[in-house]
Design a protein around this ligand. Structure first.
Ligand code: SME
Length: 163
């Protein structure tokens, strides 16, 4: 049985470091993509404050298709030339959006989302697995600590799939 940590943290980097070690433990010994993606999204969504959606969009060779997530039902398919997720997939760079209303082409799956961070997930062979997308109802929710922390968490996730 896995228990979510109820520790309070001195800083965001410290919180992310603990979360990364919890993720490592949670995913250890399992390589199934759906199982690990489901547990990873549940861990992050329930551990970080002020989130309304956290989950995966998986690349099917043509577009992004929604995968395991936590939050309200979401848009199913996102073309690579659309939205923040499409931008992350296309550029393979983390997209940190302070205010989604100011992002040209943002896709509003949930009107509550005001800011978001999207991390591209690239396999060892260089191909695109998909993206990790986290939304917040608060403008400016994500900063450079979140960029580094989410990148480190996604590295743990991608490592788990290699077994
Ligand atoms: N906001 C995303 C769409 C996905 S939902 O937020 C879950 C985007 O513009 O790519």
């Amino acid at each position: 049985m896995f228990h979510l940590s109820e520790t309070t943290y001195a800083s965001k980097p410290e919180h992310y470091a603990d979360l990364a070690s919890q993720a490592r433990g949670l995913l250890a010994g399992e390589r199934d993509l759906i199982a690990n993606a489901a547990n990873f999204s549940a861990l992050v969504f329930n551990s970080l404050p002020d989130l309304n959606w956290a989950g995966f969009y998986l690349f099917d060779g043509t577009e992004l298709v929604v995968g395991p997530f936590q939050g309200k039902p979401a848009c199913v398919r996102i073309a690579l030339d659309r939205g923040v997720c499409g931008a992350a997939a296309r550029t393979r760079e983390i997209q940190l959006v302070r205010d989604v209303n100011a992002f040209e082409g943002h896709i509003a799956c949930d009107a509550a989302s005001q800011s978001e961070i999207v991390v591209p997930l690239v396999k060892a062979d260089g191909s695109l697995l998909g993206v990790w997308d986290v939304d917040s109802p608060r403008v400016g929710r994500f900063d450079e600590d979140d960029r580094e922390g989410m990148a480190a968490l996604c590295a743990v996730f991608m490592e788990s799939l290699r077994g």
